[in-house]
Design a protein around this ligand. Structure first.
Ligand code: NDP
Length: 294
């Protein structure tokens, strides 16, 4: 029997723990974790993401602010806002919702965020720390960090002797995921669009992570019997006859389920973990700030 990994339940548990830890931090130090979300323009999908981050922050007991800037905001103005937030002691996590309008260089904006408040884990300092295995002080990008937590819940913290295949090499998912698996002693292969014999390679995986952005690309017969399958993909398929859009992952779930030892569903797997880890990173940042001031 395959286990369906309930990311929603794990995320709820995590958020409940963050809420308690926040109350404790406030009671002990008077410091309330603060998060600032910056959105430029009116992309409807981005607005939905930003609203859900703000709502989750409130649920955790954080101080939460949102800056909504017009679509024609200049790069200089956005950098000035980031610098203001970097200097604001009430803010411990800064999030800039991507994508940004064309006139703004997203790379420059990410590097303008203080590494100490970079709760998305995209600043080169945090990328470097993760690469060097400095997990105690790094902010790790939230989607791979959440995926890793689900793997730990399923297999434990030490993945010695296990083969992991990560399909996808993006900076926000594939590469940090590979680094986390490596840090947990797995033997890691990273596959991408130029990889040959992908189905065969996937069949060697005790842990298979799909982060591709192609609906149901990973087929059931790519899955080694008993493997743990983590489906990061979120693909919205056009509305069917009933008028409802369907959300699917990068794994053909119905085919993979019987083969897998454990598998994340879409939705309800990795998705809810991402936002929970964002809150966890913000709490960690506030705890560090409290330590520095104590
Ligand atoms: P990117 O588009 O940045 O990266 C996709 C990766 O997949 C690339 O490395 C690409 O290879 C590789 N790839 C593309 N086609 C193939 C193929 N045919 N065979 C093998 N590899 C292929 O995507 P992201 O990493 O940002 O996101 C991946 C998925 O995860 C998306 O569905 C996204 O929606 C989802 N996602 C989910 C999140 C969540 O909260 N659950 C958060 C972030 C993303 P190459 O480098 O050679 O081009």
């Amino acid at each position: 029997m395959s286990t369906i990994i309930d990311g929603k339940a794990v995320a709820e548990e995590l958020v409940a723990g963050i809420k308690t830890a926040t109350q404790d931090l406030v009671a002990r130090t008077g410091i309330q974790p603060g998060i600032a979300v910056v959105i430029v323009g009116e992309d409807p999908a981005s607005q939905v993401y930003v609203a859900s981050k703000g709502k989750k922050a409130k649920e955790c007991g954080f101080h939460s602010i949102q800056h909504t800037l017009p679509d024609d905001t200049s790069e200089e103005d956005l950098v000035a806002l980031i610098e203001q937030l970097n200097a604001d002691d009430t803010i411990h996590g800064i999030l800039v919702q991507l994508p940004l309008p064309r006139q703004i260089d997203a790379g420059r904006i990410i590097q303008a965020i203080s590494p100490d408040k970079d709760v998305d884990g995209f600043h080169f300092v945090n990328v470097g720390k993760l690469g060097a295995g400095e997990l105690e002080t790094a902010f790790v990008p939230c989607t791979p960090a959440g995926s890793m937590l689900l793997i730990e819940r399923t297999l434990g913290r030490d993945l010695s002797g296990l083969n992991a295949v990560v399909v996808g090499r993006s900076n926000i998912v594939g590469k940090p995921m590979a680094n986390l698996l490596l840090a947990a002693n797995a033997t890691v292969t990273v596959a991408h669009s130029k990889t040959k014999n992908l189905p065969e390679l996937c069949r060697t995986a005790d842990i298979l992570v799909a982060a591709v952005g192609r609906p149901e690309m990973v087929k059931g017969d790519w899955v080694k019997p008993g493997a743990v399958v983590i489906d990061v993909g979120i693909n919205r398929l056009p509305a069917a006859e009933n008028g409802k859009a369907r959300l699917v992952g990068d794994v053909a779930y119905d085919e993979a389920l019987p083969a897998a030892g454990a598998i994340t569903p879409v939705p309800g797997g990795v998705g809810p973990m991402t936002i929970a880890l964002l809150m966890s990173n913000t709490l960690a940042s506030a705890v560090r700030a409290a330590g520095q001031r104590a």
